[in-house]
Ligand binder design. Structure first.
Ligand code: C2E
Ligand code: CA
Ligand code: CA
Length: 776
C-alpha cells in the first residue's frame, strides 16, 4: 500500500518535471519569436530612420539649389539648356556633397510637370530621359495639395531603388519642381555598421544590391538569427529584401541559464510537494491503515482481540472504514461467542459437553499445580436408561436425559460443572469439594435427586444413578487417570448397586493398561473399531459349508490388533461384556441374514460368556434380534464353554432349556479343557460339542490326544450330539477326522477367521462349496 502510494507520488513528480521541460521548450520558442519580432521592429525603425535622414538631406540640398540665383533665372525663362548648365555648375561646386549623399539623378519640372532637366549624376543603367520616380510625379499631378511641401517616395526603377524627394520651387505661384533621387539601397546599407551585423540586400528579381563580406548563408552553430525584412511599394508589391544576421549565442546562453534555473526551481517545488504529500499521506492514510492492519493481524492470531475498537484519525473515508471495521469486529465477537457456546454445549440438555468438561478439568489441574489444591470429580451413569430408551422410545429417553441433567444441575453450586459426556453418562467437576465428607454429601444429594421418579408422557419412571468419585490429587494427578478411575469406581457402584463409590485400589484389580483398555473398549463398542471375523464350519462328509463362527476383533486406533483373549476377560469383569455380546449378536445375525439373502443358508455361531447366562434380558435380546431380521432361530448357534455352564449350573439349565425351546442351536465349546460332569452335561439340551483345538492340533502326533478325540466323538454321538473338531490345521488331520466319523471341522486348513467381505470372497472361490439348499 505504502509503496504503491509513494510510487504514485513519485510518478506524479516525474510527470511534473517532464511538463516543466516541455514548457521550457515552449518558452524558448516564444523567447526566440519575441527576439525575432523585436529585431524586425528595430530593422523597420532603422530603415525608416535612414530613409528619413536621406530625405532630410535631399530637402536641404534641394532648398540650397532652389536658392541659386542663376538656377532661378533659368527656370523663369524656361530655358532647359541654361537650366541644366546652372544645375551642373551648382553640382560641380558642391560635388563632394552630392557624392556623399548618393544623389543619382536630379530632375527639374515646370509647373505643368514637364521635365525641363533630367540630370544623371553617376553612371546608371537607366537611360537619361527616363524619369526615375515617375510615380511620384504622377501622384503630385493628381494628388491633393499639389505639392506645396516637399515629400519623398521610394521608387523601384530598373532594378534600383530610388528615394525620390520632390519639392516645389517658388511659392505663389509655383514656378516648377525639383526632384532629387538618391540610391536608397546605399542608405539602407548603413544598417550593417549601425547594427554591427552582416547584411544582405536583394532586389526581388534576384539581383544582389549589397552583401556584407561577413555574410554566411547558414550558421553551423545555430547560434545566429536571420531576420528578413521586405520593402513594398504603395501597391503592396515587394521590391527589396533586407536580410540581417544577428548573433544570438549570448541570448541563447542566457535562455539556457534561465531554463536551468526554472527546472531547478520546479524540481525543488516538486520535491517539497512530494514530501508534504508523503507526510500528509502518512498522517491521514498510512497511519490509520497501519492501525487497522495491525488490528486485523491481532484478530487473526487470537480471537480474543475481536471486538476491540480501533481509534483512527485521518481522512473521512478511513474514519468510516474504521467505524465499519469496529462494527464488524464486534459482530464477529458476538458470533464467535455464540459459536463457542454451541461448540461447547450439549444440544439435548444445554449442559456443557465433553469438550468443555475436559477443558475445565485441564484448567483445574493446571491451577492445582501452581496453587496446590484439591477438587472432586464424579462420573455418573443413569441406571436402567437403556431399558427405558429401548422400551419407551427415544423421545422418552431424551426427555429423561434432559430432566436428569436438570436435577443434577440443581443440586450443585454455580461454580461446579455438570456436563453430559454422551449417552446416559454425566460428569461433575466440583472445585470446592475438597474432602471425602463433602463429596459424600454431594453424591448423596445427587443420588436422592435421581431416585425420585420421573414423570414423562404419563409414565412414572424410576431410573437412579451410579456415581464414581475421585479426588484430586489422591486418586490421580492427570485428566486420564482421574477419568479412568472415576469410571472404575462408577462401574463398581453400578455392579454392586451402591449408588456411589469412591475409587479404591482394591476395586481396581487391573493394571493401568487394562484400565485404559476398559475405558477405550467402552467407546470402541460405539465407534466402529470392533469387527467380527468369520471362520467356516465344514461338514466333513460332503465338504459343504455348514456355517461360520463369529469371532470378535478389536482393531485399536493406536495399539493395533488386540486379540479377544486380551480383552474379553476384562469385559467380563467390568460388566462391559453385556453391551459387547449384544453388539456381537446383532452384527452376526445381520450378517447371516445377508448370506441368506444371497441364497447361502449358513448358520452363524456366537460365543457367550458365563456372565451372559446371568443376564435376565438375554433371551429377550436374542428373540428381538432374530425378529428384527426375520430369521429362523436354528440359524443361530450359541457356543458356551464348559466352565461357563458349570459356574452356575442351575441357572444355566433354566436358561438353556428356554433357549432350546425357542429353537436356537446350543454348542459346548472347548470341550475337554474343563472338569465337566458328563452326568450333568447329559441333562442340558445341547445340539453340538466342539472338541478343543489343543487336542485336534496334536492328535496326529500325540496318541493321548488322538484317544481323547476318538472317544469324545463316540461319546458325543452316543449323547445325540453333533461333533465339531476345531483347530484343523492339516490335510492329515482332516482325513483322520473323516475316518473317525467327526461331523464338522473348523480350522486354518480350510480357512482362517476373516472379515465379512473376505469370507464372502472365500465362499465364492474356495473348493469348499457353500450349501445351496436349506439345511437343518
Ligand atoms: P474359541 O471360541 O475357541 O474360538 C476359536 C479360536 O480358535 C479362535 O481364536 C480361532 O481363531 C482359533 N482357531 C480357529 N482355527 C484354528 C486353527 O486351525 N489353529 C489354531 N491354532 N487356532 C484356530 P480367537 O479368535 O483368538 O478367539 C479366542 C477366543 O476368544 C475364542 O475361543 C472365544 O472363547 C473368545 N471369543 C472370540 N470372540 C468372542 C465373542 O464374541 N464373545 C465371547 N464371549 N468370546 C469370544
Ligand atoms: Ca467358540
Ligand atoms: Ca473353542
Amino acid at each position: 500500500m505504502r509503496t504503491s502510494l509513494v510510487a504514485t507520488i513519485l510518478a506524479m513528480a516525474v510527470i511534473g518535471v517532464v511538463l516543466v521541460v516541455v514548457a521550457g521548450e515552449f518558452y524558448r520558442d516564444l523567447a526566440l519569436d519575441n527576439q525575432r519580432k523585436l529585431l524586425t521592429e528595430i530593422i523597420e525603425m532603422e530603415v525608416h530612420e535612414q530613409l528619413e535622414g536621406a530625405q532630410q538631406r535631399a530637402i536641404e540640398v534641394g532648398t540650397s539649389i532652389r536658392a541659386d540665383v542663376s538656377f532661378r533665372q533659368a527656370l523663369e525663362q524656361h530655358q532647359s539648356p541654361r537650366l541644366e548648365a546652372a544645375l551642373v555648375r551648382y553640382i560641380e561646386r558642391h560635388a563632394p556633397m552630392f557624392a556623399r549623399l548618393n544623389i543619382k539623378r536630379t530632375v527639374v519640372l515646370d509647373k505643368d510637370f514637364r521635365a525641363l532637366v533630367n540630370l544623371e549624376l553617376s553612371p546608371s543603367v537607366s537611360s537619361s530621359d527616363v524619369l526615375p520616380c515617375h510615380a511620384q510625379i504622377e501622384r503630385l499631378k493628381h494628388g491633393p495639395g499639389n505639392g506645396r511641401t516637399a515629400h519623398s517616395l521610394l521608387c523601384p526603377v530598373d532594378g534600383r531603388v530610388y528615394l525620390g524627394t520632390l519639392m516645389p520651387i517658388g511659392s505663389d505661384p509655383v514656378q516648377g519642381y525639383l526632384q532629387i533621387n538618391t540610391d536608397a539601397a546605399l542608405d539602407i546599407k548603413k544598417l550593417e555598421k549601425l547594427l554591427n551585423t552582416p547584411l544582405l540586400i536583394n532586389f526581388t528579381d534576384g539581383v544582389e544590391a549589397y552583401r556584407s563580406p561577413q555574410w554566411v548563408e547558414r550558421s553551423a552553430a545555430g547560434a545566429t538569427l536571420r531576420i528578413d525584412h521586405t520593402l513594398r511599394d504603395a501597391r503592396g508589391d515587394a521590391y527589396l529584401l533586407i536580410s540581417l544576421i544577428f548573433d544570438v549565442a549570448a541570448f541563447q546562453q542566457k535562455l539556457k541559464q534561465t531554463e536551468g534555473l526554472i527546472l531547478m526551481g520546479a524540481a525543488l517545488i516538486t520535491l517539497v510537494a512530494v514530501l508534504i504529500a508523503l507526510l500528509l499521506l502518512q498522517k491521514t492514510t498510512l497511519q490509520p491503515l497501519g492501525a487497522l492492519t495491525q488490528q486485523l493481524r491481532l484478530v487473526g492470531e487470537n480471537q480474543d482481540h475481536l471486538g476491540e475498537q480501533v481509534r483512527v484519525s485521518g481522512n473521512k473515508e478511513l474514519c468510516q472504514l474504521a467505524t465499519h471495521f469496529n462494527a464488524v469486529s464486534t459482530e464477529l465477537r458476538e458470533l464467535y461467542q455464540k459459536l463457542e457456546k454451541l461448540a461447547f454445549t450439549d444440544a439435548l440438555t444445554g449442559l456443557p459437553n465433553r469438550e468443555l468438561f475436559y477443558d475445565r478439568l485441564t484448567q483445574l489441574i493446571l491451577l492445582a499445580r501452581r496453587v496446590p489444591g484439591q477438587f472432586s470429580l464424579f462420573v455418573m451413569d443413569l441406571d436402567r436408561f437403556k431399558y427405558i430408551n429401548d422400551t419407551l422410545g427415544h423421545q422418552v429417553g431424551d426427555e429423561l436425559l434432559r430432566q436428569a441433567g436438570a436435577r443434577l444441575h440443581d443440586v450443585v453450586r454455580e461454580t461446579d460443572t455438570i456436563a453430559r459426556l454422551g449417552g446416559d453418562e454425566f460428569a461433575a467437576l466440583l472445585p470446592k469439594v475438597v474432602d471425602t465428607q463433602g463429596a459424600i454429601i454431594v453424591a448423596e444429594r445427587m443420588h436422592a435427586a435421581l431416585a425420585e421418579p420421573f414423570i414423562i408422557d404419563g409414565h412414572q419412571l424410576n431410573s437412579g444413578i451410579s456415581i464414581g468419585v475421585v479426588m484430586h490429587p489422591y486418586h490421580g494427578e492427570n485428566q486420564h487417570e482421574l477419568m479412568q478411575r472415576a469410571d472404575v469406581a462408577m462401574y463398581h457402584a453400578k455392579q454392586n448397586q451402591m449408588g456411589y463409590a469412591f475409587y479404591e485400589t482394591e476395586i481396581d484389580k487391573h493394571n493401568v493398561l487394562e484400565l485404559t483398555l476398559e475405558t477405550e473398549l467402552k467407546h470402541a463398542i460405539n465407534n466402529d473399531s470392533l469387527k467380527l471375523f468369520y471362520q467356516p464350519k465344514i461338514i466333513v462328509d460332503s465338504g459343504e459349508v455348514y456355517g461360520a463362527e463369529a469371532l470378535l476383533r478389536w482393531i485399536h486406533p493406536e495399539r493395533g490388533f488386540i486379540p479377544p483373549d486380551a480383552f474379553i476377560p476384562m469385559a467380563e469383569q467390568t460388566g462391559l461384556i453385556h453391551p459387547l455380546t449384544k453388539w456381537v449378536l446383532k452384527t452376526a445375525v445381520r450378517q447371516a441374514k445377508q448370506w441368506h439373502e444371497r441364497g447361502m443358508m449358513l448358520n452363524v455361531a456366537i460365543n457367550l460368556s458365563a456372565q451372559s447366562l446371568r443376564d435376565p434380558g438375554l433371551i429377550e435380546t436374542i428373540e428381538s434380534t432374530l425378529r428384527e431380521v426375520d430369521m429362523a432361530p436354528h440359524y443361530l448357534t450359541l457356543e458356551l464353554t464348559e466352565t461357563a455352564v458349570m459356574s452356575d449350573p442351575r441357572r444355566a439349565l433354566d436358561i438353556l432349556t428356554e433357549l432350546d425351546q425357542k429353537g436356537v442351536m446350543l454348542s459346548i465349546d472347548d470341550f475337554g479343557t474343563g472338569y465337566s460332569s458328563l452326568a450333568y452335561l447329559k441333562q442340558l439340551p445341547m445340539d453340538e460339542l466342539k472338541i478343543d483345538r489343543s487336542f485336534v492340533m496334536e492328535m496326529d502326533k500325540d496318541k493321548n490326544d488322538a484317544v481323547i478325540v476318538h472317544s469324545t466323538i463316540d461319546l458325543a454321538h452316543n449323547m445325540g450330539l453333533k461333533v465339531v473338531a476345531e483347530g484343523v490345521e492339516t490335510d492329515q488331520a482332516w482325513h483322520t477326522l473323516k475316518a473317525l466319523g467327526c461331523d464338522m471341522g473348523q480350522g486354518y486348513f480350510m480357512c482362517k477367521p476373516v472379515d465379512a467381505d473376505t469370507f464372502m470372497e472365500w465362499l465364492d472361490s474356495s473348493a469348499w462349496h457353500p450349501p445351496k439348499q436349506q439345511q437343518v
